[in-house]
Design a protein around this ligand. Structure first.
Ligand SMILES: *Cc1c(COP(=O)(O)O)cnc(C)c1O
Length: 377
């Protein structure tokens, strides 16, 4: 059993993907081919925003947003404590200070009430300029954007949606990657919509920021890349990756998104009412793209025991994430009070992500559930 079965997906899509890749090879338009422009239009339309700007990966997508907003030293950016490293890394890389905010135990996403508490604290200290909030759609579930946006508006902060795991999710029909003033995603192979290498995209309705993002991703270009009006970087999506994503987006929309939701439903039905085990909670109105299916165990000992039992039966599982941001060595000297980040710290001891992908068979799901029950009951 695979944790995320990319080989199976390729077998299903092989004729179409091979043809699309061969076309790019034949044309030799490896950079800035028309496939890239076409994909950007298709992605913007799918997500429901005006502009999509593709780039080299999901981390660059976040960095480009920092650049478009001129985030720099002395700025405070609020980031969930429980997330992948990139969400905070790009803040520090810009010279600004990441301020870690605890998450909800139920949704794993940034806690809007605690966000406001942290904002008030930093405001009182008066040593940083409050600039933006990064909300992450962790494990595929959109963050609580209505509540987060209210806090952002109250304190005049920009909102950045890190939708690297969120692509395909929605809240009452409004799609992930449309909730931020700027939103980003990643096409890393194991993400909900993955390409065959690195890739990423930035989304916004704002014309001025879209212009800046297009410039920053190509050496701060003006009229063209030999006319340089700001310091940028080189961050493009390869034409081959765009051609692959064009095909993958169709099947993602038609089949895969439904398929992962079926898998999640089957897991949750079979894992309900097990002592010491909590299945993921998707609140009313929310739809997850299931980047991960993550269960919560009673404590570290139970979690590790279960992971060991699964491993003995050749079933892969992962611990996302082992450490909260505030405990990462590099962020040791952070602004935060550890006692305010206890949910994130506790989650790291209790989470376990199970095999999850659109091609996971019913039998495989039931096998995983059976081993879990046998181990815990
Ligand atoms: C994967 C991921 C990223 C970074 O994406 P890359 O394409 O790997 O650079 C950023 N944020 C989150 C939450 C992620 O899961």
């Amino acid at each position: 059993m695979q944790f995320r079965d990319l080989k199976k997906q390729y077998q299903v899509l092989k004729p179409k993907i091979d043809e699309a890749v061969e076309k790019v090879m034949t044309n030799c338009n490896f950079i800035n081919g028309q496939e890239v422009t076409e994909l950007e239009a298709k992605l913007a339309n799918y997500v429901g925003v005006k502009h999509c700007i593709t780039c080299a990966n999901g981390t660059d997508a976040l960095s480009l947003a920092m650049m478009a907003w001129d985030i720099k030293e002395g700025d405070a950016i609020f980031v969930p404590d429980f997330t992948f490293f990139s969400s905070a890394e790009i803040v520090a890389l810009s010279g600004a200070t990441p301020v870690f905010v605890d998450v909800e135990e139920t949704t794993f996403n940034i806690d809007p009430a605690k966000l406001e508490q942290e904002i008030i604290k930093i405001k009182k200290k008066d040593n940083l300029t409050l600039k933006a909030v990064i909300a992450v759609d962790l494990f595929g579930l959109p963050a609580k954007f209505k509540e987060v946006k209210e806090v952002c508006d109250k304190y005049n902060l920009l909102l950045l949606e890190d939708g690297a795991q969120g692509f395909g999710g929605n809240i009452n029909g409004k799609k992930a990657c449309s909730f931020g003033d700027i939103s980003t995603t990643s096409f890393f192979p194991a993400k909900p919509l993955g390409c065959y290498g690195d890739g990423g995209a930035v989304f916004t309705d704002n014309d001025q920021w879209a212009g800046l993002l297009k410039s920053y991703k190509v050496h701060g270009k003006g009229h063209n890349k030999y006319d340089n009006i700001r310091i940028g970087r080189n961050s493009r999506l390869d034409t081959i990756q765009a051609a692959i994503l064009d095909i993958k987006l169709d099947i993602f929309e038609d089949k895969e998104l439904k398929a992962v939701n079926e898998v999640a439903k089957l897991y949750s039905e079979n894992l309900s009412n097990i002592k010491d085990l909590q299945t993921p909670i998707v609140e009313e109105g929310y739809y997850s793209g299931w980047a991960q299916y993550t269960i919560l165990l009673k404590d570290k000992e139970t979690r590790n025991k279960l992971q060991e039992a699964l491993k003995e039966e050749n079933i892969p599982s992962m611990i996302y994430y082992q450490k909260p941001m505030h405990m990462q060595e590099v962020f040791r000297d952070n602004e935060c009070d550890n006692k305010d980040l206890q949910v994130s710290a506790a989650l790291c001891n209790k989470v376990l992500s199970l095999p999850m992908h659109p091609y996971l068979s019913k039998e495989d799901v039931l096998t995983v559930c059976k081993i879990i029950k046998k181990t815990l009951v």
